[in-house]
Design a protein around this ligand. Sequence first.
Ligand SMILES: C[S@@+](CC[C@H](N)C(=O)[O-])C[C@H]1O[C@@H](n2cnc3c(N)ncnc32)[C@H](O)[C@@H]1O
Length: 254
Amino acid sequence: MTTRPYYAEKGLSAAFYDTVTAADTRLEGDLDIYSRLAPAGGSILELGVGTGRLAFALAERGFTVVGVDIAPAMLAQAAAKQADLPATVAARVELKRGDMTALDLKKTFDLVICPYFTLAHVPRGMAWKNTFATASRHLRAGGLAAFHLPLVDIMRAPGPADSSRPVLNEPTPTGGRLQLFIRERIFREEFSRLDQTIDYVELDARGAVLRQSSERLTYYHTDPAPLAAPLGLTADRDPIPLGGVGEVHVFLKA
Ligand SMILES: C[S@@+](CC[C@H](N)C(=O)[O-])C[C@H]1O[C@@H](n2cnc3c(N)ncnc32)[C@H](O)[C@@H]1O
């Protein structure tokens, strides 16, 4: 089996993103955290919008959202979901393909969010600095930026002792099952980088394998505050814990 990057075309991490996140209790409460950071009816830029899990829920709460993502496979799902929404909600979301490390929409927002470890997907250092520059460039004075990052101790934790046991075994929307296996999990201390190879296996209702894909997920970690400060983003409060595996760092644009 060849190994694909996460969220690649024809990959199962993209196809089953909503199935996996719906089962992930460690994300519970993130929508409320982001909702509280913007004024009622305010404007939000979401960096790494994915399939629109948060963007559409924020729009349902009355916010207007521009969602940017680098992966066509994720944006295609977001667009399909948007087409099925009530017109008033759908009209509050704009989806765009773009790279958060080099984005200039030439407009500002009340809030910039970078949820569910999206910043951790790009190398710490220049890519992080460029993403903070993007956030700063798109914020009005007094606006907030929120970055959800994994805890480094969770990244350091070893993988399951028995890699043949699925870490997730969920029903799929078509009546089958999705199973996830962590095939490899290595934390490289010198780079603060976690490399994981995760096997996705889709089974039909009788348990026969329909599709499988091996996918590579890398997370980077560092303290964001020293990188954000030179870009005009200062820590606004203590990081907000989320799900026991991460925290949301909130910065204020001066
Ligand atoms: C874990 S998903 C988060 C999706 C969504 N925000 C959520 O919370 O469900 C991470 C997303 O970030 C996107 N992404 C990764 N690097 C990116 C970059 N440089 N620019 C824009 N999007 C990026 C991926 O394609 C993926 O859709």
